[in-house]
Design a protein around this ligand. Sequence first.
Ligand code: 5GP
Length: 193
Amino acid sequence: MNGKLVIVAGPSGSGKTTIVRHLLGVYPRLAFSISATSRQKREGEMDGEDYYFLSVEQFKDKINKGEFLEWEEVYPGTFYGTFRTEVERLWQADRDVIFDIDVKGAMNLKKYYPDQSISIFIQPPSLETLAQRLKKRKTETPEFFQQRISKAAEELTYASKFDKIIHNHNDLDATLAEADKMVGEFLELRTKS
Ligand code: 5GP
């Protein structure tokens, strides 16, 4: 049986991870889709919890074996993807699945599951604010920082292709409340239909 998909995308530093974590706390039937990535593990991240960390070779091998529902080379040489088995496992457990994913991956999931998914774009106030947030987060080396800012500029052009846009400006509580309401209504649809 297929469950629902809550697809959350937006540039690095837009606040989407905070929003996804919050939604997981509010709606117990939601489960996080753990992606695979070939990027380096950050401090505090756990393999099998935040991501399944793979080498580029392992990742490519899994692409060739058709194990991904979707995958993208989000940054040059760095791959991210959703395992088919991850989503199937959660649906079998009667959960709905929430994704923190890049804009192209989000578009693909929406295309595969148009009726049972909601795609939400998290819109940051500006590229300058994004850059400040990313700097504060201190997770990136200067090279990767630049990569993320360039990617963010590209990602912003995808906003209008999403079902919904949430503006995450200066009031995080208001943003979280808006996300709660949106996702709550979407998940409700299921019990009513
Ligand atoms: P980060 O390195 O900051 O964890 O993630 C970088 C970007 O990759 C983010 O936009 C994140 O949402 C995206 N991402 C994470 N998992 C996946 C995935 O499974 N597929 C795709 N297409 N993008 C992903």
